[in-house]
Design a protein around this ligand. Structure first.
Ligand code: FAE
Length: 551
């Protein structure tokens, strides 16, 4: 795409870099403060200081996505020196091309986590594979494969916020109450959802601009065809700065959302967690982040607290050291998959043997199904497409076809006439993480056939649109003669459910001082894109934990 090719080195000296530098400066201060205040045996003032073998620390957070970032901010604001351990890298240094991240159409080693080839959800076009060979590297997007499903996740400081589309959706209250009945919804909707939205920097597109810009023709076409079939559509808020996007369109700043950047990271415009929650936590002077370290074991330590074992890896993913630190409190924030895998393995291996038997259960794919339709030539979708979705089809309240479908961009750099959708369906199927003693790994029991119920729901919506429009599905995007993108999810949820495996605030009751704060608390489906819910729930739980447990 010409725009993304034209995205030059100076882009990284724009908005993104300024705030990343500020963030690092904050992290540097944090490490310095820690060196003075911690009982650590090997503290140093380097901003990148890795935890040393034998360190003893008050609070350790595993993972730096939404749950981890909220935990880190609330702990540090309460004056508690806090370490985050993150298996990915810190995305703050430009590569040889002057950019931190690579674009969707020109992926390189920075794109994927330890892979030799890219692995895009839309993997084919007109029968031709569009994945590209890359060097193995600790890239930003992981496509983690289980036997029945592939789970996309972000890797690096900021977790999923680095790679996601930024859609910031507060769930429908009725459905939230259905899935999390033990949570006081008045408190959530009056206090914690507003707090999460404000802290994440959620904003709305200027609707007049949306109606006129060529960059959202794809969304207007998606809206028009949905409405002609009687479906309601809605604007969706986002954490991408829409004022920055307008400047991109006017040619005043470097293009990111209009330059083909999203799932491999945005070089500007997006308020990822490193610019919001984590930057604020770093500014307290109490936060240190240890990158390229993967936690492998947590077990009670002799003399109190928990022994946390971690592998330090290099940029090719090879283990270069193993360290053990002791933490008074440990917050699991490794995401639905990461946290569930760790806890299930710890229980099976006897390191946290008393965890509830429910650990690993209640996992779902948030009903994710992707599909493309071929529009007529008079319903073009545009050769220029913003990568940031901002419109959805809201059919959630229809009991026959409960679907919330994001009208997704397909920024191919040429007119494709394709309307692409990521449908969130009310698929009730759930799966379980289980330890496999013969491989020593954790499997996920999800079978490919479990997504059929989601497909059936989505099909009712898109069959109706196709019938009305006289159009057909694209069968070349997810394989050969394959209509549905049904074998992957962007939205892993569950595995360590609130008020089931944990208490009603994310504490693991069998092990005082262990907490779960991420998407693994949410039971499999939330009806909308999930990060606002994960953030708000973490805010609620951390409020309680800090007041009640840190006295
Ligand atoms: P997450 O953000 O995944 O953070 C977990 C962190 O822990 C990661 O940084 C891991 O690298 C790290 N980690 C894992 N295991 C370990 C370990 N053993 N040791 C150390 N570190 C570890 O978890 N959601 C929306 O609401 N709107 C969207 O528009 C949207 N678009 C998406 C697009 C894509 C391509 C993807 C992949 C996801 C999207 N999501 C979206 C989902 C959203 O990013 C996801 O629900 C949250 O990131 C989950 O937050 P958690 O805190 O649970």
């Amino acid at each position: 795409m010409s725009d993304s090719q034209a995205f030059r080195a100076d882009a990284t000296r724009g908005v993104a870099n300024v705030s990343r530098r500020r963030f690092l400066a904050g992290a540097g201060l944090a490490a310095g403060a820690l060196a003075l205040s911690s009982v650590s045996t090997s503290a140093s003032a380097s901003p990148r200081r890795a935890l040393g073998d034998g360190d003893r620390i008050p609070a350790l957070v595993i993972g730096s996505g939404y749950g981890g970032a909220v935990a880190a901010l609330r702990l540090t604001k309460a004056g508690i020196p806090t370490h985050i351990v993150e298996m990915g890298r810190s995305w703050d240094t430009p590569g040889a091309d002057g950019k931190i991240f690579c674009g969707v159409l020109n992926p390189d080693k920075r794109s994927m986590w330890l892979a030799n080839k890219t692995d895009q959800p839309v993997s084919k076009f007109m029968g031709i594979g569009i994945n590209k060979s890359i060097d193995k590297y600790v890239g930003v997007l992981d496509a983690e494969k289980f036997s029945g499903i592939k789970v996309y996740q972000g890797r690096g400081v900021g977790g999923g916020s680095l790679v996601n589309g930024g859609m910031a959706v507060t769930p429908k209250r009725g459905y939230f109450e259905e899935i999390l009945p033990s949570v006081n919804s008045t408190e959530m909707y009056n206090t914690y959802f507003p707090r999460a939205n404000a802290s994440l920097g959620v904003n709305n597109i200027d609707q007049a601009w949306f109606e006129s810009t060529p960059w959202y023709q794809f969304a207007r076409t998606g809206r028009k065809t949905a409405q002609r079939s009687g479906f309601a559509t809605t604007f969706v808020p986002n954490v991408y700065d829409f004022e920055y996007m307008k400047k991109e369109a006017a040619g005043q700043v470097a293009k990111s959302s209009l330059g083909g950047e999203v799932i491999y990271g945005n070089n500007a415009g997006k308020k990822s967690l490193d610019k919001t929650y984590l930057a604020q936590a770093a500014a307290t002077g109490k936060l240190t982040i240890t990158t390229l370290h993967q936690v492998t074991k947590v077990t009670p330590a002799n003399g109190g607290g928990y022994s946390v074992t971690m592998d330090q890896i290099n940029e090719q993913g090879n283990k270069i050291a193993t360290k053990v630190v002791t933490a008074d409190r440990v917050f699991f924030a490794a995401g639905s998959v990461g946290t569930s895998k760790l806890l299930v393995a710890m229980k099976a291996q006897g390191h946290l043997a008393n965890l509830s038997n429910s650990v690993g259960s209640g996992w779902g794919n948030n009903g994710n199904v992707m599909v493309g339709r071929a529009n007529h030539m008079w319903d073009a979708t545009g050769s220029r497409q913003a990568t940031i979705p901002t419109m959805g089809i809201d059919n959630w309240n229809d009991p026959n076809a409960p679907v919330f479908a994001e009208i997704a961009p397909l920024p191919a750099g040429l007119e494709t006439y394709i309307s692409l959708y990521l449908a969130i369906t009310k698929n009730p199927e759930r799966a379980r993480f289980q330890f496999n003693s013969s491989t020593g790994k954790v499997d996920l029991s999800w079978a490919a056939s479990q997504n059929q119920r989601g497909i059936d729901m989505a099909k009712k919506v898109f069959d109706k649109i196709n019938k009305k429009e006289g159009t057909i599905y694209r069968t070349d995007l997810f394989g050969t003669y394959k209509t549905w993108g049904d074998d992957f999810t962007y939205h892993p949820l569950g595995g360590c459910l609130l008020n089931q495996t944990t208490d009603n605030y994310g504490r693991l009751p069998e092990y005082p001082g262990l907490y779960v704060v991420d998407g693994s608390l949410v039971p499999g489906n939330v009806g909308v894109n999930p990060f606002v819910t994960i953030t708000a729930l973490a805010e609620r739980n951390m409020d309680k934990i800090i007041t009640a447990d840190f006295v």
